[in-house]
Every structure is written in structure tokens, then in C-alpha cells.
Design a protein around this ligand. Structure first.
Ligand code: CMC
Length: 427
């Protein structure tokens, strides 16, 4: 819980209390501002607005720090596993060995989808974007799992959370299989969370699938890097949808829709498409010039961040993981060299220096995912799969928060004032 600092901020005639969290900027509590002043605050994009209290994730964008429940992302990516990080985000503490085993067991018992959902896929066109399929199928889960939609019951909330985490790899792999016309594979619970996902995605029923441990480790790390990121656009969407009392499956489907946009989760797909378009390092100056040109809508995808005004700590791990995957698979991709050179040129350019634009998590992820064998359209699906853990943890935190209210922003109205209706024949 936050504390009042005893300090206040005077706005007009009134003093508003200042509250502090455990670390990071204090906040001015303006909940009574409208009642006392008759005015709203104006903050499109919420650049100065804390929408909630949260104890999950902390980001210091100036220093390039990202902590989950206090643990630095670099340490979690190097030493932990996605299942352990999921437990941490959901429960607040790292698990003991027994707690982790039990958690993995529980998740693995929810990996299958209701059989009728497989038929649901057949309603989509084969060339549908897998994110479109994902939005539809996850939204449809609420039609299949009624027994975990009572949000007032903490037990049902936990079952829904486990179901979402467990079924997301199955849903994602099936979206991929459907797009390439291959049969769906049922989950194999003898494999790890990530190994099982790789098998359902790249395996075929006719052959034994061997999980490559290096790829499994890299993929697991990519999931860790995407697990949560405090009140970003899709998480705020999940919270806003959840604030009305909507069921968790509907809320996560809303989060997936928001994540799809190219300014958010869709940037990983856009970043690799951009690198392919640039092709060779000699073309980089042309694209840098376009990114700087105010009359050109082009932006360097995978660059810049609302919160990080320093190197995104996830990008550091991602860059290292590229080399590991390349070594494990014995591949080389000239686009990686293009990406490294692009980063080098951008980071020595005044425009990027002044605006504090650094590579973000999406800059290198596409190169790795492509080497593993994913088509670009699957990139954002993988982001959604991993972020589901953050979404459900944030959603649970919100439902348990006694200060939670339905999200209902106000506006600065600039439309016409009241006027009389003019009948059609007189206009
Ligand atoms: N290339 C060129 N210029 C940029 C870029 C970029 N990638 N990003 C920001 N700028 C400029 C922008 O034009 C603006 O300039 P000015 O002040 O002269 O108008 C300034 O930097 C500030 O940009 P902004 O759009 O006001 O900043 P924002 O905080 O609203 O946007 C962002 C953050 C991530 C949407 C933006 O940096 C961007 O569009 N980046 C490319 C897309 C991308 O990589 N997104 C992934 C984000 S990380 C993964 C995730 O969380 O989903």
C-alpha cells in the first residue's frame, strides 16, 4: 500500500495530498479535484497519470531498470524460468521447489482446449492473421469455461488465470497450424511449458519431435522478457475492461486486441519487416533520414519507448540471445548485422540522442524468432502468449484492490453546444 507523505500540492485554493510508493515518483492524489474545483485534468496518453496502485512491476525508464516484484529482469532472464516468473508475478514471491512443482503440475493439467474449440478455428479463413484468430478464440473461452467466470470468487479467478496461462500456447500453436494447413497437435504434458509449445508449433503427428534445449531455453527467456511491463496500453486495456466486472477471458481478449497495434506488440513484426526492407547496411542512412523527416510518417520500428529514455534492459538480453540461438541452430542472418549497424548509427545520431530513442525489446526479437522458424505474423502472438501472465496478475490485483472503481475518464468537449434539430426537408 502507498503512504501519504504528509506533503500536499496546492492547486488553486485547495491542497491535495501527495502519496508515495516504495520507489519511484510520488503521486498527487487528485480524486477530489473535480468535486472541489469543477475542473478536470487533461492528460491524453496518460503521460502524467498513475491509474492504479500496483506491487507487480517497477520501471525506471531513465536508468533502464525493470523489476518484477523487486527482481531485476536481467537476473530473472539469466537464472529463472518462465514458470517461476509466472508464479512470482501471480503470488508475489519466488516459489519453493515444492510450490514450483505444484504450480507446473497445475498449469500442465489445463493445457488442453475444449474439443469444440478446434472446430471454432475452421470458421476462420486460412490466411487470417493469427492475432485475429487469437482475439476470437480467447474471447470464445468464456463460452466454454463458465465455471471460472465469477470474478467475485478468488478460487474461480485463480482457475481462470491458470487456464489462460496454460491454454495460450495451445491456442497460439493451433493458430499457426491452421494457417499452414497442418493438423493440430495435442499438448504433451511430459514436456516443459515452452518445450510443449515448440512441439505443438513445429512438430507433426507423423514424426517424433525433439525439442532443441538451446532453442527451448532461448524461447523461455523471450517469454520471461515479455511477461509483464506495468501499466502499458494492453495491460491498461485489460484493467479497464475488468473494471466493469467483465469476465477474465473477455478482458484478456481485449488486451490481445490492443497489443496487436504496431506502436505496441505489433512492433516486433514491423521491426523485422523494416529490417528486411532496409536489407543491407548501405541503405541505413536513407532510412535514418526518413525517420528524422517530420513530413514522413516512417519511424524506426523497435526504437523508442514511452517510459525508457535509456537502453531497454530487455533489448540487452535479447541481443545476447540472438547469438546463442544462431550458435545453437548454426545459422547466420545478415539482417542481424544490419540491425547492429542500424543501432550503432542511430545511437550516434543527434536526433536519436536528443530524443533519447534507444532499441526496445522488439528490435532484436524478430531476428531470433525468425531464426527459430516463426513467420513474422506469429511474433505478436508470442508476445500475447507471454504477456498473458502479466495481464492476469494485474487483473487479479485490480479485482482485489478495495480502491478499484470502474474506469471512466472524462473529456474536454470541443463539439457543438446545444442546438435544435432541423427536419430533413429544411436542411
Ligand atoms: N523513430 C523516429 N522518431 C521517433 C521514434 C522512432 N521509432 N519514436 C519516437 N520518435 C520521435 C517522435 O517523432 C517524437 O518527435 P517530436 O518530439 O519531434 O514530435 C519524439 O520522438 C517522441 O515520440 P512520441 O511518439 O511522442 O513518444 P511516445 O512516448 O508517445 O511513443 C512509441 C513511444 C514506442 C510509441 C514510439 O517511440 C514509437 O512509435 N516507436 C516505434 C514503435 C515501437 O518500437 N514500439 C514498441 C514499443 S516497446 C514494446 C511494447 O511495449 O509494446
Amino acid at each position: 500500500m502507498s503512504d501519504t507523505t504528509g506533503q500536499t500540492l496546492k492547486i488553486g485554493e485547495k491542497d491535495y495530498p501527495v502519496r508515495s510508493g516504495s520507489v519511484g515518483p510520488d503521486v498527487v492524489d487528485i480524486r477530489k479535484f473535480y468535486a472541489q474545483s469543477g475542473m478536470f485534468t487533461y492528460d491524453p496518453g496518460f503521460t502524467s497519470t498513475a491509474s492504479c496502485e500496483s506491487a507487480l512491476t517497477y520501471i525506471d525508464g531513465d536508468e533502464g531498470v525493470l523489476l518484477h516484484r523487486g527482481y531485476p529482469i536481467g537476473q530473472l532472464a539469466e537464472q529463472s524460468s518462465f514458470m517461476e516468473v509466472s508464479y512470482l508475478l501471480l503470488n508475489g514471491e519466488l516459489p519453493s521447489k515444492d510450490e514450483l512443482d505444484k504450480f507446473i503440475y497445475t498449469i500442465s493439467r489445463h493445457t488442453m482446449l475444449h474439443e469444440q474449440l478446434a472446430q471454432f478455428y475452421r470458421g476462420f479463413r486460412r490466411d487470417a492473421h493469427p492475432m485475429a484468430v487469437m482475439c476470437g478464440v480467447v474471447g470464445a473461452l468464456s463460452a466454454f469455461y463458465h465455471d471460472s467466470t465469477d470474478i467475485a470468487d478468488p478460487h474461480q479467478r485463480m482457475i481462470a488465470s491458470h487456464r489462460l496461462i496454460a491454454k495460450m500456447p495451445t491456442i497460439a500453436a493451433m493458430a499457426y497450424k491452421y494457417s499452414i494447413g497442418q493438423p493440430f497437435l495435442y499438448p504433451d504434458n511430459s514436456l516443459s511449458y515452452t518445450g510443449n509449445f515448440l512441439r505443438m508449433t513445429f512438430g507433426v503427428p507423423a514424426e517424433q519431435y525433439e525439442v532443441n534445449p538451446a532453442v527451448e531455453r532461448a524461447m523461455d527467456r523471450i517469454f520471461i522478457l515479455h511477461a509483464d511491463h506495468e501499466q502499458n496500453a494492453s495491460t491498461s486495456t485489460v484493467r479497464l475492461a475488468g473494471s466493469s466486472g467483465a469476465n477474465p477471458f473477455a478482458c484478456i481478449a481485449a488486451g490481445i486486441a490492443c497489443l496487436w497495434g504496431p506502436a505496441h506488440g505489433g512492433a516486433n513484426e514491423a521491426a523485422l519487416n523494416m529490417l528486411r526492407e532496409i536489407g543491407t547496411p548501405d541503405k541505413i542512412p536513407e532510412y535514418i533520414a526518413r525517420a528524422k523527416d517530420k513530413n514522413d510518417p516512417f519511424r524506426l520500428m523497435g526504437f523508442g519507448h514511452r517510459v525508457y529514455k535509456n537502453y531497454d534492459p530487455r533489448a540487452t538480453v535479447m541481443q545476447k540471445t540472438v547469438r546463442e540461438v544462431f550458435d545453437a541452430l548454426n545459422v547466420q542472418d545478415p539482417l542481424f548485422e544490419t540491425a547492429l549497424r542500424l543501432e550503432e548509427i542511430a545511437l550516434s545520431d543527434d536526433y536519436f540522442i536528443e530524443k533519447k530513442l534507444f532499441p526496445n525489446v522488439d528490435f532484436y526479437s524478430g531476428v531470433i524468432l525468425s531464426a527459430i522458424g516463426f513467420p513474422t505474423t506469429m511474433f505478436t502472438v508470442l508476445f500475447a502468449l507471454a504477456r498473458t501472465v502479466g495481464w492476469v496478475a494485474q487483473w487479479n490485483e485490480m479485482i482485489s484492490d478495495p480502491e478499484q472503481k470502474i474506469g471512466r475518464p472524462r473529456q474536454l468537449y470541443t463539439g457543438p453546444t446545444q442546438r435544435d434539430y432541423v427536419p430533413l426537408g429544411q436542411r
